[in-house]
Design a protein around this ligand. Structure first.
Ligand code: ZN
Length: 493
């Protein structure tokens, strides 16, 4: 009895040493049927979540959108999926893209994203001659690291055969590819171990390392070993070893995104505004937002992992162009740069005003009635509180001779002291004037910033100097710099 317990403890501690961090689990082999056949028959086989283009990333299902609260109007949700993100040849991932949906029903809670990953497991091979021995990582630190320990000690002794021509000695890796995915979506990474004769070797222990995490997997009868990864947005290096051979590939995780269009009777074609039309960045995602703005106020959410939630708006005043162009550029930036946390961008709060190149919405000054139920700015404040944002920035342009009449950031001390701290940080780092008011709601009652501060969420208003209806040289870049500085303060970028 005692001896058995001792043996068990010994095995357990060995197991923990191998896994080194986190919980371990042993999984049955679940390679798709015919994996090797697929490999041999095509140059572009099974490898998961491959070279999907950035403009149309797959999206994981998000939280439910706003409840339909009557006065808030209708909502369109655009959770797009990239069917090319299929994780295995045995799977057909379902596309639930609803990009162009113009009806007023909520759409696409796209839970099929995970399904496509799990699908491969459900059609697993009956080949039980090998198994995966791993621990799962749901996170990683975006960094390649060179401080990895040699996995030599974990190799089965048969690799160390004195006969280099042995059919059991790993001679080279094949099959491995750079992989990419979207935050929240699993992706498989495969390698194939060949002997000198070019044949896959069964039951070879392959050690994988990514972001200081270690994964062990045995090859199956076809010589293929697989691990499944699910990291935060970032750029990683996967290294892999078997016996004397090694290799490395890239693993890229992009931000998840989701677009929701709020039908607030605000929609119009913003491209009617020449200054907007001439400054649309080259991004399919931005074009999608512009298209949606025809029928509402679109908001895009980017998420790269845990962290703070920041909301950015532009276009409250339709004829303040630089901040709206900067918001479009920010969308393009966030599409291609991994973030920590979540960013919501509303580039055109008032598409009708933007299209007509006028300040107000149907004669209403939106930045004076964010405290009036039913107004677009009121609804925007509601979204910011609903999403439990940690910070908010409202971006404008101020005409020469206006108020404040220069590049500036504004905040308040009360009731959210952090609003002032955020304003000071942006002022210092984006080199703009800092104006801090004592108490939110006194200087500019009904302003978006004030109303959000009153709700206890730190908020700032950012202004760049530019004539209304036009773009002063350098003003767009300054607005974009202030947006990024707001994100930096909140450690999102
Ligand atoms: Zn304004």
């Amino acid at each position: 009895m005692k001896r058995a317990a001792l043996t068990f403890a010994l095995i357990l501690s060995l197991f923990l040493i191998i896994a080194s961090v986190g919980a371990s689990e042993i999984m049955g082999n679940d390679y798709p049927n015919g994996l090797d056949d697929a490999y041999q028959s095509t140059d572009d086989p099974i490898v998961a979540a491959g070279e999907d283009e950035l403009d149309n990333p797959a999206v994981i299902p998000g939280e439910d959108q706003l409840d339909d609260e009557g006065s808030d109007g209708d909502i369109d949700t655009d959770s797009s999926f990239d069917s090319s993100e299929s994780t295995g040849s045995c799977c057909s991932s379902e596309s639930t893209d609803s990009t162009d949906s113009t009806d007023s029903t909520d759409s696409t809670d796209s839970t099929d994203s995970e399904g496509s990953a799990d699908c491969c497991c459900s059609c697993s091979s009956d080949d039980d001659s090998s198994f995966v021995f791993t621990y799962s990582a749901t996170s990683g630190t975006a960094d390649s690291d060179d401080s990895l320990v040699s996995p030599g000690k974990t190799q089965p002794t048969k690799f160390l055969s004195s006969n280099p021509s042995s059919k059991l000695v790993p001679y080279r890796f094949t099959y491995a590819k750079d992989i990419s995915s979207v935050y929240g979506k699993k992706v498989n990474f495969y390698v194939k171990v060949l002997n000198k004769q070019g044949k896959g070797i069964n039951h070879v222990l392959v050690t994988f390392k990514a972001s200081n995490k270690v994964y062990l997997a045995f090859t199956n009868k076809n010589g293929i070993a697989r691990i499944t990864l699910n990291y935060y947005a970032g750029n990683y290096t996967i290294r892999y070893y078997a016996g004397e051979i090694s290799g490395k590939k890239k693993y890229t995780v992009r931000n998840y995104y989701k677009i929701t269009n709020y039908k607030w009777n605000s929609g119009a074609n913003v491209l009617k505004n020449k200054r907007i039309r001439d400054n649309v960045p080259n991004s399919a995602l931005v074009r999608k937002m512009i298209k949606l703005a025809k029928s509402g106020t679109p908001v895009i959410e980017f998420k790269g992992g845990p962290g703070k939630v920041v909301f950015i708006t532009a276009g409250c005043h339709g004829n303040e162009i630089p901040s709206q162009v900067a918001a479009m550029k920010l969308i393009k930036y966030l599409q291609n740069h991994p973030i920590k946390g979540t960013v919501y961008v509303m580039p055109f709060m008032n598409p009708k005003g933007t299209a007509a190149n006028v300040r107000d919405y149907k004669g209403y000054h939106l930045n004076k009635n964010a405290n009036k139920k039913g107004s677009i700015s009121y609804k925007t404040v509601k979204l910011i509180t609903k999403f439990k944002c940690n910070a908010y920035g409202d971006f404008h342009a101020t005409k020469p001779g206006g108020k404040p009449g220069k590049d500036a950031v504004m905040g308040t001390y009360k009731p959210t002291k952090k609003s002032a701290a955020m304003a000071k940080y942006i002022s210092k780092n984006a080199k703009v004037k800092c104006v801090i008011y004592k108490k939110a709601g006194t200087e500019y009652p009904g302003a978006l910033e004030d109303e959000v501060n009153i709700k206890g969420i730190p908020a700032v208003t950012c202004e760049v100097i530019s004539p209304h209806g036009k773009i002063k040289k350098g003003s767009t870049a300054k607005a974009l710099l202030m947006m990024k500085t707001l994100l930096k303060y909140n450690e999102v970028i």
